[in-house]
Design a protein around this ligand. Structure first.
Ligand code: HEC
Ligand code: HEC
Length: 385
């Protein structure tokens, strides 16, 4: 459905080009035709955007979130500015021309686009009540169209000198709206979260359009992500893999969930990377039933000579060894550690974000499932000490 928006944008930008070409070629009729195209295609495209994005928000929530608050948000904002301001400017430019028919068509389209807003639910991040939101847009769109008609009737002659700069702007802003294309492309790029710094992972994905974190972002409808500190990692993982209303209940996230996150589809790798980020910032609640049997741990450490290449406290290899202190590994997620220890290959070291340039020395020291069940809780427990 995104193609609908993009077709609209191309036609809108075409209007801008015709205006600029008319200005250069000193053809007033071209300018007028261009402005007419822009003032009709602008509101139509805007309406289309609202419908399509509402739909996208429900099913492809991350795509939408990345446009609104994630890595594509800046480009999306510039493109939207081009579309909204460009539509207004096109009608404004027509109000300084001589033909009422053109202005009337433009003004009607601008005013009617308010109906779309009336039907559109007020987004949760708009800081005032729904009726006020509708009123503001009424004043901007219907009021703006009205003002253009008044200008045409009463003030046209004294505002004539502004005609040329107004046409130039009305030609340039529609071209600016094409930046939306880059935003759409960016929001489709797969984000390899594991290779990003942990602090950026949550914001790049646009999660902060529904969540806040240390006061940044929107606290509605998802609430502050600080809440993760009182959840266990396993509950969060199960929920994030399929964040439906039922799962929010089942994994004790909410008693009365909204289900608003159900359209968020994350890969297991992305979930791990996000959990790692959240746990490094807030930490998670440790499951109560976790008891680490040191006997089992010691026998594995000895049998597999882990401490030849790692350190724990003041034991083991000097300076942490080639593999580093195991306390450092405690910040990794349970799943990351499990996958790693079952198969400590260089590929996994890269994929799990353990090392950018692995030396691969651990390749032949893989553990069995039973051994990872013993070692992983122990490594995780090193965090608190
Ligand atoms: C469209 C809004 C929306 C987006 C986008 C969104 N969430 Fe959520 N999230 C929610 C809602 C709402 C809940 C609470 C569950 C419910 O009501 O269904 C929630 C719950 C959560 C929880 C559990 C919170 C707790 O109280 O323990 C986590 C963790 C979470 N989200 C992480 C994320 C991450 C990470 C992203 C980005 C990849 C994200 N969310 C994107 C709406 C959203
Ligand atoms: C021969 C040396 C060697 C031995 C033996 C070894 N490791 Fe490693 N380990 C490494 C290296 C090197 C890395 C980093 C990955 C790389 O560069 O290939 C690593 C990485 C790790 C990590 C992830 C570290 C991080 O930063 O998150 C953990 C956890 C780990 N090893 C645990 C173990 C355990 C448990 C054992 C014993 C079963 C063990 N290692 C045995 C060399 C070794």
């Amino acid at each position: 459905m995104i193609w609908l928006i993009e077709t609209g944008l191309v036609l809108f930008a075409l209007g801008g080009l015709v205006i600029l070409a008319g200005g250069l070629a000193k053809k007033p009729l071209w300018k007028e035709i261009g402005a007419l195209i822009a003032s009709i295609m602008g509101p139509l495209t805007l309406a289309c955007c609202w419908f399509v994005l509402l739909h996208v928000r429900q099913n492809e929530t991350i795509y939408w979130a990345r446009l609104m608050a994630g890595d594509a948000a800046e480009m999306f904002a510039i493109g939207s500015l081009g579309l909204i301001v460009g539509s207004g400017l096109a009608v404004g430019a027509l109000s300084l021309e001589d033909r009422f028919a053109s202005l009337r068509a433009g003004a009607i389209f601008l005013a009617l686009s308010w109906i779309i807003l009336l039907l559109h639910p007020t987004p949760h991040y708009v800081p005032f009540p729904g009726w006020f939101d509708k009123l503001v847009w009424f004043m901007v769109l219907v009021g703006g169209a009205g003002i253009c008609v008044v200008v045409f009737r009463k003030l046209k002659d004294c505002l004539r000198p502004f005609s040329t700069p107004l046409f130039i702007l009305a030609g340039v802003f529609p071209l600016l709206s094409l930046v939306t294309f880059s935003a759409h492309r960016q929001a489709q790029v797969f984000l390899d979260l594991g290779s990003m710094p942990t602090e950026q992972r949550v914001s790049m994905m646009g999660c902060l359009v529904c969540h806040s974190m240390n006061g940044e972002g929107q606290p509605n409808p998802g609430g502050g992500l600080e809440a993760v500190a009182s959840r266990t990692e396993d509950e969060l993982r199960e929920f994030l893999l399929e964040p439906t209303e039922q799962n929010a209940k089942q994994f004790n996230i909410r008693e009365n969930p909204t289900g608003d996150m159900a359209g968020v589809h994350l890969t297991p790798g992305q979930v791990n990377a996000l959990l790692e980020a959240l746990s490094s910032i807030y930490g998670f609640r440790q499951p109560v039933s976790e008891n680490v049997s040191m006997e089992g741990v010691e026998s594995i450490l000895t049998a597999k000579t882990c401490l030849a290449c790692h350190s724990v406290g003041d034991r083991g290899a000097a300076g942490g060894g080639v593999g580093g202190p195991l306390e450092d590994a405690a910040k990794r997620s349970r799943e990351t550690l499990r996958v790693w220890l079952l198969n400590p290959s260089t590929d996994n070291a890269k994929q799990l974000g353990i090392r950018e340039n692995p030396i691969g020395a651990m390749g032949s020291f893989a553990l069995t499932e039973a051994e990872t069940d013993v070692i992983v809780p122990w490594i995780l427990s090193l965090k608190e000490k």
